[in-house]
Ligand binder design. Structure first.
Ligand code: AGP
Length: 628
């Protein structure tokens, strides 16, 4: 949440900062701002709302500075107004700070600083930081400490030791025009290494156009960027030796490539995501399992139960994962909202594998739930020790630092705030994990295993066919439903999480109220909502619950709801019941979620686009939710 970017080098900073912020806007877009140092002063320009407002303001301001910081905000403390936009300055307006995260003890600090005469101009938590740095700068001994190469670095280091919370910050100062100081404490920050120029950003897409040599900072690290190079220290002030690594990310991957929105492009990338996952996970000689997740042998020993923590769409993928693990591998599995689990964990059971699912690898609640699980099991006897696995699209993220084992999902970077291809990639990871566990525990017979893997190999073609046949159908339906106020999505069994996901997609990008229910639960209350104004989307594909869903759909029809069926091609029975059909190919019921979600993504997309909404950056949301 919130995106920060910084530059120091020989080029004009403003354009580089704006271009970087554009790539980070998915992290928040309530306001944006940049600060540069030029001719002995800090120049700060900020604007409420999206980045283009800032860009418009800057059109009339020419600042040839070669150092600067920028920020795009997702509001936590203080309304999304210009005076709360970052960068924030100290009283004398000589120090500028951008921050991503939350300073938990800002109230006490603010009071102390006010008493010392500091004047505050915003309601944010961040504003205490420049004031605190100014205070330390004022009081540092002169000449500079022999251990520190710079007063400025030393003041920032002292200041951050007083901050509590999770944060990443970048700081510049009028009196130190050749230094950009950055800090990471539980919020992501990468440094980019160019030729005589250096960058920092919350995420790599912001800098990949300039360099692919990056170094993610670790928690408790502080870096000093100058035109001559980068020095890294820990909070104790010890210099650390670290080398950048080459990023496997091409600038093209973060462009729309002719699609109207990133979300639509990402929906269309899903066949490729499934192919990449098949290639990576199902490319083994079969001994002891035809699946290769690159997990060590000891990982598989003595797993008596599994618990999964996740949020939002990742939570829906986890529900599909639970179904697969329980039905295929016979391991009892619980799925928890990470935000709930961290405050009310299950009783400690032995031999428990805890899985955190998060595409960004930065979701604060998921990280906190995993960290809590690790901590509460520390010091216990061996069978109670924490066994943690992460499933993420960003193995280099905070999650990657927290857990010993990772299954990397292979979606490539996802820009649209609504998760689509990362969801499908998470499903692929769960197919691989569930089948791997089942093969090793011999709870699946080899023919069935071979059939499922064969079925998975057909999925990319089936998604392509679905995309081709559904694009026009969903666009047409979107035209009819653009003004609808409520939707109900129904599914059962392995497709119940898909009903939830269909409803979430519609809610988050079209702002239409939508609920996902297990179809059999409707008659226990929600059926009272139904009438001719409330359409019902039901997932009715062949399998153990097909007839049941059809009956539940009939019940909705009897209440005058218009029925839209995600069915299979040539299903005559469904054609008679549903008013509209969104058919997918017939596949094994276990594989159906990966197809049934496609029309629901398209439907949500086209309804939002039809309503003229900002599909990629829906109101109030952010791509990575790095605050509680
Ligand atoms: C998905 O469309 C949502 N924007 C959101 O629910 C998301 O899935 C959730 O915030 C979890 O994110 P994560 O996978 O990065 O942890």
């Amino acid at each position: 949440m919130c995106g920060i970017v910084g530059y120091i080098g020989t080029q004009v900073a403003t354009e580089i900062l704006l271009a970087g912020l554009e790539k980070l806007e998915y992290r928040g877009y309530d306001s944006a701002g940049i600060a540069t140092v030029w001719e002995g002063d800090v120049n700060c320009v900020r604007a409420k709302g999206k980045l283009h407002n800032l860009r418009t303001k800057l059109e009339h301001i020419e600042i040839p500075a070669q150092i600067g910081i920028g920020h795009t905000r997702w509001a936590t403390h203080g309304k999304p107004e210009e005076h709360n936009a970052h960068p924030h300055l100290d009283t004398a307006m000589r120090i500028a700070v951008v921050q991503n995260g939350i300073i938990e003890n800002y109230r006490e600090l603010r009071e102390e600083l006010k008493q010392k005469g500091h004047q505050f101009r915003s309601e944010t938590d961040t504003e205490v930081i420049p004031h605190l740095i100014a205070e330390f700068l004022k009081n540092l001994p002169s000449p500079p400490l022999p251990t520190s190469p710079s007063f400025f670095l030393e003041a920032v280091r002292q200041a951050v030791k007083h901050l509590e919370g999770a944060f990443a910050i970048a700081v510049i100062a009028a009196d130190y025009p050749d230094e950009l100081i950055v800090v990471r404490q539980q919020a992501p920050l990468v440094i980019g290494f160019g030729q005589g120029e250096f960058f920092c950003a919350s995420d790599t897409p912001a800098i990949v156009a300039y360099t692919r040599a990056v170094l993610p900072l670790e928690n408790g690290e502080i870096a000093r960027l100058t035109p001559l190079g980068v020095e890294i220290y820990n909070f104790a002030g010890d210099r650390l030796k670290k080398q950048p690594r080459l990023l496997n990310l091409h600038p093209m991957m973060v462009e729309k490539q002719g699609f109207k929105h990133f979300m639509l492009k990402e929906i269309y990338e899903q066949p490729g995501v499934v192919r990449a996952s098949l290639e990576a996970y199902f490319n083994n000689d079969g001994n002891p399992s035809p699946i290769n997740l690159s997990l060590p042998k000891e990982f598989y020993a003595d797993i008596d139960q599994i618990q999964i923590v996740a949020c939002g769409t990742s939570w829906h993928a986890a529900l599909v994962g639970k179904y697969l693990i329980e039905q295929l591998a016979g391991i009892s599995t619980q799925v928890h909202y990470a935000s709930e689990y961290r405050y009310a964990p299950s009783p400690l059971l032995p031999n428990t594998l805890t899985i955190g699912v998060t595409q960004s690898g930065e979701t604060a609640d998921t990280l906190a739930a995993l960290a809590m699980e690790k901590e509460r099991r520390q010091g216990k006897e061996a069978k109670y020790q924490a066994r943690l696995l992460g499933i993420t699209n960003r193995p280099e993220s905070s999650l990657g630092h927290l857990v010993p084992h990772i299954i990397s999902t292979l979606a490539g970077i996802e820009i649209g705030v609504a998760a689509t291809k990362t969801f499908v990639a998470q499903l692929m990871a769960f197919y691989a994990l569930a089948l791997d566990l089942a093969a090793r525990r011999q709870t699946i017979n080899p023919d069935k295993l071979a059939d499922i893997i064969h079925g998975l190999r057909q999925i990319p073609k089936e998604i392509e066919a679905t995309l081709e046949s559904q694009e026009k159908l969903t666009e047409h339906l979107a035209h009819e439903f653009a003004e609808t106020q409520d939707f109900i999505f129904l599914g059962r069994g392995i497709n119940f999480p898909i009903a939830l996901e269909g409803a979430l997609k519609l809610k988050e990008i079209s702002y239409i109220h939508a609920e996902g229910y297990p179809a059999g639960e409707m008659k226990h209350g929600p059926i009272a909502l139904l009438d001719a104004k409330v359409p019902v989307v039901a997932i009715a594909v062949p399998g153990s619950v097909y007839e049941k869903v059809i009956s539940n759909a009939q019940e909705a029809k009897a209440r005058d709801s218009r029925l839209i069926g995600v069915t299979t091609v040539n299903d005559g029975e469904a054609a008679e019941i549903f008013n509209d059909l969104l058919p997918v190919a017939t596949v094994d019921e276990l594989l159906s979620p990966i197809l049934t979600v496609i029309p629901l993504q398209l439907l949500a997309y086209h309804i939002a686009a039809r309503r003229g909404l900002d599909v990629d950056q829906p109101r109030n949301l952010a791509k990575s939710v790095t605050v509680e």
